[in-house]
Design a protein around this ligand. Structure first.
Ligand SMILES: NC(=O)c1ccc[n+]([C@@H]2O[C@H](COP(=O)([O-])OP(=O)(O)OC[C@H]3O[C@@H](n4cnc5c(N)ncnc54)[C@H](O)[C@@H]3O)[C@@H](O)[C@H]2O)c1
Ligand SMILES: N[C@H](CO)Cc1c[nH]c[nH+]1
Ligand SMILES: [Zn+2]
Length: 449
């Protein structure tokens, strides 16, 4: 089922490797062209554009773009207790994992009487996206909101697509997750338009919006712009985040899901197959890549896929994902070669199913998250491991991180020198200022003495 790329006996540079490895047909750059008119429309027409776009892409025109408080509390009241318990466990695990990420403030005496502190300051307001197209993602509400709350952000707004089945509101489990996390500002807005709403803000359209804004105390504005937009989504969401970066901060481009599995003969082909399938379930454009030095394992995985895919709930979507140009098996000479290929690919999720999996994992440089050994499958990280599932895709793991508290905080350096400390540095400062032909810089110091 998986197309094979045979790299055995071939020595390629990282960029040659990257060009040879499986990749999606529609990338974030190409999707940007499609979403630009959406961003402009939301900026110009606010809630009126949001309703038109919902009708076009989600098949429903929401009455309430901002979700009323009663809908959120009702959703929690009707939440299945087992799902509630699982969400609470996920929240607790994530709070533990993210609490450990907070950087400490530092204070350094650079010269006697001259101190530089580095403070970490959360942004004021964030917009968090939880997908809701082919599947709905309450788990992404949790991933975003816990990281932002642990970082100390005061204002959290969440957007998720309106669901036709639920009268144009986001899915009730999304709303229940918001309630569990104490997030009251929730919008029935999906895709690129949600990112635009967060980046530019959105004005009200009608009396329903005016009443919702009045209830929320935001006057004529439906949604105020945020400082940072985070969260996962399909290629259009990722493209919109790339487009607004600079107007607001973003986390990584957490687009269409990818899994790579680096496996040798010690791997269980059933584990490999079911893990590849788990992520192919997300999207017909999802990528599942097996990197192995064992043609026998590749054959066994193919046999498992052939038997299992037709029997699974989302078999059409999964088959499209597994047979698309973004998925495949890459045959390598040995595990060392596999590590080089995995680093060139830079998967969102990389599983290591080899002998000495921990040692191999330590040699991975480029991956959104690494899952080590037979009992750390990606779905564990999707829901309950305590790690964040909002992760960089499309090879951006080369430079971007998975969502963590630092997406919502900035360092501010605070400079506090006394008179003697400044006087001591006046001469070298003058020398540097004059060397740059900026003498007023030196005069600003000299004038004090
Ligand atoms: N990388 C990560 O961290 C991560 C985590 C979870 C999920 N994901 C990915 O999130 C995605 C969820 O996708 P989804 O579609 O189910 O939900 P989604 O909420 O991301 O996207 C749905 C929205 O896409 C927009 N859209 C659909 N077709 C469009 C088009 N032709 N042009 C412009 N906009 C269009 C619509 O506005 C719709 O509301 C999947 O690809 C999944 O793999 C990634
Ligand atoms: N695998 C996804 C990240 O790409 C996250 C997720 C949420 N729900 C299930 N899976
Ligand atoms: Zn998943």
């Amino acid at each position: 089922m998986l197309t094979r790329t045979d790299l055995r006996g071939r020595t390629l540079t990282s960029s040659e490797l990257a060009a040879t490895l499986p990749r999606a047909a529609l990338d974030v750059e190409a999707a940007q062209e499609r979403i630009r008119p959406i961003l402009d429309d939301v900026r110009d027409r606010g809630a009126a554009a949001l309703r038109d776009l919902a009708e076009r892409f989600d098949g429903v025109r929401p009455d309430h773009v901002r979700v009323p408080a009663e809908a959120i509390s009702d959703a929690l009241e009707h939440l299945d207790p087992e799902v509630r318990e699982a969400l609470e466990a996920s929240i607790a695990h994530l709070r533990a994992g993210h609490g450990a990420q907070l950087p400490r403030e530092t204070s350094t005496e650079i010269v006697p009487g001259g101190v530089v502190r580095q403070r970490w300051v959360p942004v004021q307001r964030v917009g968090l996206y939880a997908p809701g197209g082919l599947a709905v993602y309450p788990s992404s509400v949790v991933m975003n909101a816990v990281a932002a709350q642990v970082a100390g952000v005061e204002e959290l707004a969440i957007a998720s697509p309106p669901q036709k089945e639920f009268g144009g509101l986001p899915h009730p489990v999304i709303l229940a997750a918001c309630a569990l996390l104490g997030v009251a500002e929730v919008y029935a807005v999906g895709g690129a338009q949600a990112v635009a709403m967060f980046a530019y803000g959105a004005k009200v359209e009608d009396d329903v919006d005016r009443a919702d804004a009045a209830a929320a105390g935001t006057g004529g504005v439906l949604c105020e712009p945020v400082d940072v937009v985070t969260g996962p989504g399909n290629v259009y969401v990722a493209a919109a985040k790339r487009a607004v970066m600079g107007t607001v901060g973003i986390d990584a481009e957490a687009g269409t899901t990818e899994i790579a599995v680096l496996a040798d003969t010690t791997a269980n082909p059933v584990h490999v197959a079911v893990d590849l399938m788990s992520q192919a379930e997300h999207d017909p454009a999802a990528a599942s890549v097996l990197i192995t030095d064992s043609p026998q394992l590749a054959d066994a995985v193919d046999a498992e896929l052939a038997a299992r895919v037709p029997a699974t709930r989302h078999s059409d979507r999964m088959r499209t994902a597994l047979t698309g140009p973004q998925s495949g098996t890459v045959l390598v000479d040995d595990v060392d070669h596999g590590v080089a290929v995995a680093n060139a690919y830079g998967a969102e999720h990389l599983e290591i199913q080899t002998d000495d999996a921990s040692g191999v994992a330590d040699r991975i440089r480029n991956a959104g998250a690494v899952f080590v050994g037979p009992y750390s499958p990606v779905p564990l990280g999707d829901y309950l491991a305590g790690s964040n599932h909002v992760l960089p895709t499309g090879g951006t793991a080369r430079f971007a991180s998975g969502l963590n508290v630092t997406a919502y905080i900035r360092s501010v350096q605070v400079v506090e020198y006394g008179e003697t400390a400044l006087k001591e540095l006046a001469a070298p400062l003058r020398a540097l200022a004059v060397s740059e032909d900026l003498p007023a810089h030196a005069e600003a110091v000299d004038e004090r003495f």
